[in-house]
Design a protein around this ligand. Structure first.
Ligand code: FES
Length: 102
């Protein structure tokens, strides 16, 4: 069952940016790639770094702690093909960004 929660306004995450939000008790990393929003689990699978505070270049985010890189559109780690980080469904309604944390 879906559990859509508003986490931000569209203006809070402009194109090219990464942001960190909390939805229920889950940390969400939100990215805006040229107007398209994507969300990943905000906890880096390496040692728990904040992926929502990483640097976004194109569709690649770099974890601020040790530099692991993920494609935010699909969660794919950039050097380990077997490591797929959890995506979180995201949608826009009006000027609101919603995520499904069910
Ligand atoms: S915690 Fe993210 S790269 Fe180490």
């Amino acid at each position: 069952m879906s559990n859509w929660i508003r986490i931000a306004s569209v203006e809070q995450c402009p194109p090219g940016s990464a942001r960190e939000f909390v939805a229920n008790d889950r940390i969400v990393a939100l990215y805006n790639v040229e107007g398209e929003f994507h969300a990943l689990d905000g906890i880096c699978p390496h040692q728990g770094g904040p992926l929502g505070k990483g640097n976004l270049s194109g569709c690649i985010v770099t974890c601020p702690w040790h530099g692991w890189q993920f494609d935010v559109t699909n969660g794919q780690h950039q050097t380990s093909a077997s490591l797929l980080h959890a995506k979180i469904p995201v949608k826009i309604e009006g000027d609101s960004v919603l995520v499904d944390v069910s």
